[in-house]
Design a protein around this ligand. Structure first.
Ligand code: NAD
Length: 475
């Protein structure tokens, strides 16, 4: 089938929310929170059910918006946007009542008689700022966590994907409580204005340069931040790896959404003994997945805009030999799934996050060199090791630091709701998904409840020698 994914972002109106309205929306969100609206479990559960209904009832409309903005194949939209969000909402809904119950913990003798608890307070008004690559998931994922935690939320979708931004502005108020969920559309101007307002938490997903702007603005009000960033996520393929499986899984993880995935394998460090075999399998897998001409494949997305297309073309030309792909068409923002070898480590493509369908393969002498290469660079958001040898796997996992890792596959760790998702160092701070979203968007309040019937005078003046003896014995 010859299907050219339509990409009309450039023709879509730039999303925009009037400046004066932004202050009013934030004020309304604050008033809604202060009214106590969001506290009851039933209200929170209704919002989660609203998210599930939104996905169920509006999926075709959402998939069309994703196609228009990113040429996103429907199945990729179903997997990474619709099903992901729906199952996250269902998981949180299932566990929320339990998470909300105050948790009793042991009380030491010094505080006896008494009972100690962890309470969970909502934070207040949360700001969610999202990027364009998974423009639905990265708005609604944090949003549902913040609502489940009892907050009101202002969301700012990315202006780079205007069709999805318009979809969210229209549909979120229909399926969620519009007193508690506000959508601000727009770009730098609107986000800057938002960042001048007072929030109780800011949840930002995007690049490190803007993260610094967000954090500096948050610092003025001592607002805590979660920063979900990116970076170069490495892959080590060991001599012991199953190369057929590795090639398929790496190609799937890399070329999904045309490489515009924060946890996409950025580059491969291949053991010298299997380097050529791996490259050959990567080439044949690309043909198997997308046909002889991937431009004609309905299963391959497009680069989001001309700016990113040009950026990627520069990286493509920065060094290395193209051994698969390399074809490009700026008018339709097509860039073929591309593999490069003999890439100098100082080439531009090895300096910044690629965030596109270019896959450099570098040769290393073994696990030691791979670990050295990784640890000499910024801590990545994700790390992948392909090996049939448990000792090699453990060596890589324990000698490197990354936000998360998947062994013998690409980025599936982020689909496990019991695994917190987030970066470390330059790849981000804080976590979310499942229970960790609830933790991120609540304050863990320590509560000690004391009865009054017994009031031992041990710590009251006058301090006597016998009290001192007892204190020494008890504390
Ligand atoms: P983007 O350009 O859409 O920007 C993200 C948000 O920041 C948008 O809402 C945008 O309006 C706002 N913004 C942009 N410039 C701003 C400024 N000067 N001041 C205030 N706000 C501003 O998306 P992006 O940053 O290009 O996203 C890609 C990056 O995000 C990659 O580095 C990728 O790895 C990372 N990412 C991380 C995750 C994660 O979960 N860790 C997920 C997706 C993407």
């Amino acid at each position: 089938m010859n299907v050219e994914p339509a990409i009309t972002s450039a023709a879509a109106p730039t999303p925009h929310t009037e400046g004066g309205l932004i202050e009013a929306l934030v004020r309304d969100a604050r008033e809604a929170f202060d009214s106590g609206l969001t506290r009851p479990l039933e209200w929170r559960a209704a919002q989660l059910r609203g998210v599930i209904r939104l996905v169920e009832e509006c999926e075709p409309e959402l998939l069309e918006a994703l196609r228009l903005d990113l040429g996103k194949p429907a199945l990729e939209g179903q997997i990474a946007e619709c099903s992901f969000v729906k199952s996250e909402a269902a998981y949180v809904l299932k566990h929320l009542a339990k998470w909300l119950r105050p948790r009793r913990v042991r009380t030491p003798i010094i505080a006896q008689p008494g009972r100690s608890y962890h309470y969970r307070d909502p934070l207040g008004v949360v700001l969610v700022i999202a990027p364009w690559n998974y423009p639905f998931q990265l708005v609604v994922g944090p949003l549902l966590g913040a609502l489940a935690a009892g907050n009101t939320v202002v969301v700012k979708p990315s202006e780079v994907t205007p069709h999805v931004s318009a979809f969210l502005a229209k549909r979120l108020p229909q399926y969620l409580d519009s007193q508690a969920v506000k959508v601000v559309e727009g770009g730098v101007e609107e986000t800057t204005r938002l960042l001048e307002q007072r929030f109780d938490h800011i949840f930002y997903t995007g690049n490190g340069a803007v993260a610094r702007i967000v954090m500096a603005a948050a610092a003025k009000q001592l607002t805590p931040v979660t920063l979900e960033l990116g970076g170069k996520s490495p892959v080590y393929v060991d001599a012991s790896a199953d190369l057929d499986v590795a090639a398929k899984r790496i190609c799937w993880g890399k070329f999904f959404n045309a490489g515009q995935t924060c946890v996409a394998p950025d580059y491969i460090l291949a053991h010298a003994s299997i380097h050529d075999g791996l490259v050959q399998r990567l080439r044949s897998t690309i043909t198997e997945f997308y046909g002889a001409d991937p431009q004609k494949s309905p299963d391959y997305a497009r680069i989001v805009n001309e700016r990113h297309h040009r950026r990627l073309m520069k990286l493509l030309k920065s060094g290395g030999e193209i051994v698969a792909g390399g074809q490009a068409d700026e008018a339709t923002r097509y860039l073929a799934p591309t593999v490069l070898q003999d890439v100098p480590p100082d080439a531009a493509i090895m300096q910044e996050e690629i965030f596109g369908p270019l896959l450099p393969v570098l040769s290393v002498t073994g696990v030691d060199e791979a670990v050295r290469f990784i640890t000499q660079r910024d801590k990545p958001l994700a790390l992948y090791v392909y090996s049939g040898d448990d000792a090699v796997v453990e060596e890589v996992l324990t000698r490197t630091s990354s936000g998360g890792a998947t062994v013998n596959h690409a980025w599936l760790h982020l689909g496990v709701p019991e695994l917190p998702f987030g970066g470390v160092g330059p790849s981000g701070m804080g976590h979310y998904h499942g229970r960790s979203s609830f933790d991120t968007f609540t304050h863990q309040k320590s509560v000690l409840k004391k009865p009054t019937a017994l009031d031992p005078p041990l710590m009251y003046p006058p301090f006597t020698a016998s009290k001192s003896k007892w204190v020494r014995r008890l504390i």
